[in-house]
Design a protein around this ligand. Structure first.
Ligand code: ADP
Length: 657
């Protein structure tokens, strides 16, 4: 008897997305089985753990396994597990929603890709579709499940179009059964006959051999009985386990093929890409553990969202303990996937215990160092033009922004992170530079590493702050990731060379000789401009904290700079965007004493000094405002009162005609 049948709609566009995913991306349809077995294996892990922790959960865990069943006549393939199962609510939540929170994000990106020159296929490839990959091979999927400890079951059914049905069952075996009503085979479309024993065997061996639970199937076998004349052949049906169940991380690297590692990576990461780098490691001695880590080749779409789950899987003596063990991987390495199997922890460990466990801390330290040294090796390969040289570039493009977070949070490894980081610079339009390379190119007498932060390369390059640096041929790092704003303020130096912003503090780019030569001129300028600077300071008091002369400008009349420890405008905006209250930082207006606008302003002021000081010369006040406004605009900033700026400017232009 069934009850409470409901027909529910998928989220808008799910069907469309599904079609797109199935037809445009996943040419390898065999992988649907890997997804189902991977889900079943996770469900068995969870049940074993729950039954261990919850003594009231009376379930038989003596024969946890996965079963494949074929009904060739009706073309139905069933994958069954006796794992944790799902409640009705979980089915709606987990199965009724394609790719969960990712869907909205995916849709947004697809729309962006349509308008830009992006490739939607590559985009979709970043989003695993898990359970839904079954619709690549089936035109109807039925899932029956009962959660361990509950009495009622749930049946979910869909043809992968816009709706699915869900009903409550009075009875159902504990665990999950997924039945696929297979589409007709079409080998040209890589759609094979998944009722064939050899095909299923091949797929399990290829994609799921390492799964720790037996994947069984009933097979027909011919046996010979009797001897000589009495010999008869008989067909018997027997259960066979199709996978070797060997935990990959316990096997020496030399015995594991790349293919096996790749498939295991897909299982632990729920990913569809190949790993960029595979990192097996092992510790013996006081506390033993084995680990198998992976650096993915693509950043997941949610790397910068709250939903992103960090950390590797924790096993204790081959028994799965938890997913996303954050205690084993710092935030800035949240893209690392894999498994850690510790020998000496209790199976009963909780998150609270882990947080204080000295062993876990030691393991984490070692994992971090190992990941960083792997990145360093990739970088080394780049320098030596080894076959791996592309890998570092890929790594940096995908994860550089995340790794740089470690410059703030992991002081112990700061030096290494600085070493493996790459930055855009004025030295090359395309190639990134390491700090060591920058240091080698430093001019004689240059003692600081110059940088400028901003929102884009173009904005930084055309900023007035760069003028003198360009004129002197000094290389400037162009830092445009939001995280750059955060770390450059707190990392004092690299290899003894301090970081210095070209938009902060006073710039002194003249050599001793140049200084001597221009000393007299400077003194004269200071004298000539003293009064107009004081007047400007008063007039622009609401916007700036000081007005002074500079020699950092060659073509622009003015620019804005901050004091060394001031927030930059971008950092202020970032803090505000995250909801924090930040007082407005007033900056310093620097003027180019050789620019005709600046000298003209001085002369105009000098002739009407007294009236100007009393605020009685609106043209002069307006010129000061325009000067300030153009400095804001030139660095890509926003004016507080753009309408007023436009008004003064239009007025001026009209008078020039
Ligand atoms: P993913 O496995 O990548 O999370 P899926 O779409 O394959 O995405 O599955 C969604 C969720 O549904 C899983 O995370 C799991 O919670 C649940 N699920 C799927 N298959 C099973 C199963 N056989 N037993 C229990 N829960 C399952």
């Amino acid at each position: 008897m069934t009850q409470h049948v409901e027909q529910l709609e998928f989220q808008a566009e799910t069907h469309q997305l599904l079609e797109l995913m199935i037809h445009s991306v996943y040419s390898n349809k065999d992988t649907f089985l890997r997804e189902l077995i991977s889900n079943a294996s996770d469900a068995l892990d969870k049940l074993r753990l729950d039954s261990y922790k919850d003594k009231d959960l009376h379930v038989d865990t003596s024969d946890l396994h996965i079963e494949l069943e074929v009904d060739a006549d009706n073309r139905v393939l069933t994958v069954r597990d006796n794992g944790i199962g799902m409640s009705r609510a979980e089915v709606v939540d987990l199965i009724g929603t394609l790719a969960k929170s990712g869907t909205a994000e995916l849709r947004k990106k697809l729309n962006e890709a349509k308008s830009a020159a992006g490739d939607p296929a590559e985009l979709i490839g970043q989003f695993g579709i898990g359970f839904y990959s079954t619709f690549m091979v089936a035109d109807k999927v039925t899932l029956t499940t009962r959660r361990a400890g509950e009495t009622e079951g749930t049946r979910w059914e869909s043809t992968g179009e816009s709706t699915y049905t869900i009903e409550t069952l009075d009875e159902a075996p504990q665990g999950t059964t997924v039945s696929l009503h297979l589409k007709p085979a079409d080998e040209d479309d890589h759609l094979f006959d998944y009722t064939q024993e050899w095909k299923l065997r091949e797929i399990v061996k290829k994609y799921s051999d390492f799964i720790a639970w037996p994947v069984r199937m009933q097979v027909e076998r011919t046996v010979t009985e009797g001897e000589g004349e009495d010999k008869t052949e008989k067909t018997v049906i027997e259960d066979q386990t199709l996978n070797s169940m060997k935990a990959l991380w316990t096997r020496p690297k030399s015995e594991v093929s790349d293919e096996e590692y790749k498939e295991f990576y897909k299982h632990v990461s729920h990913g569809w890409d190949d790993p960029l780098e595979i990192i097996p490691l092992k510790a013996e001695g006081t506390f033993e553990y084995q680990a198998l880590l992976f650096i993915p080749s693509h950043a997941p779409f949610d790397l910068f969202t709250r939903e992103h789950k960090r950390g590797v899987q924790l096993y204790v003596k081959r028994v799965f303990i938890m997913d996303n063990c954050e205690e084993l991987m710092p935030e800035y390495l949240r893209f690392v996937k894999g498994v850690v199997d510790a020998q000496d922890l209790s199976l009963n460990v909780s998150r609270e215990i882990l947080q204080q466990d000295r062993q876990i801390q030691m393991i984490r330290k070692r994992l971090v160092r190992k990941v960083l040294s792997t990145v360093k090796d990739l970088q080394g390969a780049t320098l030596e033009e080894k076959p791996d040289q592309q890998k570092y570039q890929t790594f940096w493009k995908e994860f550089g922004r995340v790794l740089k977070e470690g410059l703030l949070s992991d002081v112990d490894n700061r030096e290494t992170i600085l070493q493996v980081s790459s930055f855009a610079s004025t030295n090359s339009d395309e190639e990134l530079t390491t700090l060591a390379e920058y240091a080698e190119r430093m001019n004689d007498g240059q003692d600081a590493i110059y940088y400028m932060t901003g929102e884009s390369r173009q904005q930084v390059e055309s900023s007035p702050h760069m003028e003198a640096f360009k004129a002197k041929g000094l290389e400037v790092l162009i830092l445009t990731d939001p995280v750059d704003e955060m770390w450059v303020g707190s990392v004092p130096e690299f290899d003894g060379k301090p970081f210095q912003s070209v938009a902060k503090g006073e710039v002194d780019l003249e050599s001793e000789d140049e200084k001597k030569a221009s000393e007299a001129l400077r003194e004269q300028q200071d004298k000539d401009f003293a009064e107009v600077l004081t007047w400007l300071g008063k007039t622009l008091d609401e916007s700036v904290k000081e007005v002074r002369l500079t020699n950092r400008l060659t073509t622009s009349p003015a620019c804005l700079v901050g004091d060394v420890f001031d927030f930059t405008p971008m950092l202020e905006r970032m803090y505000r965007a995250s909801g924090q209250l930040v007082p407005e930082t007033k900056r310093i207006l620097e003027l180019n004493p050789t620019h005709p606008l600046v000298t003209g302003l001085r002369e105009a002021y000098d002739t009407r000094k007294d009236d100007a000081d009393e605020g009685k010369v609106p043209e002069l006040t307006e010129t000061a405002e325009l000067l300030y406004g153009t400095a804001v605009l030139a660095e890509g900033g926003e004016l507080k009162d753009p309408a007023r700026f436009a008004h003064i400017l239009t007025d001026r232009l009209t008078r020039t005609l």
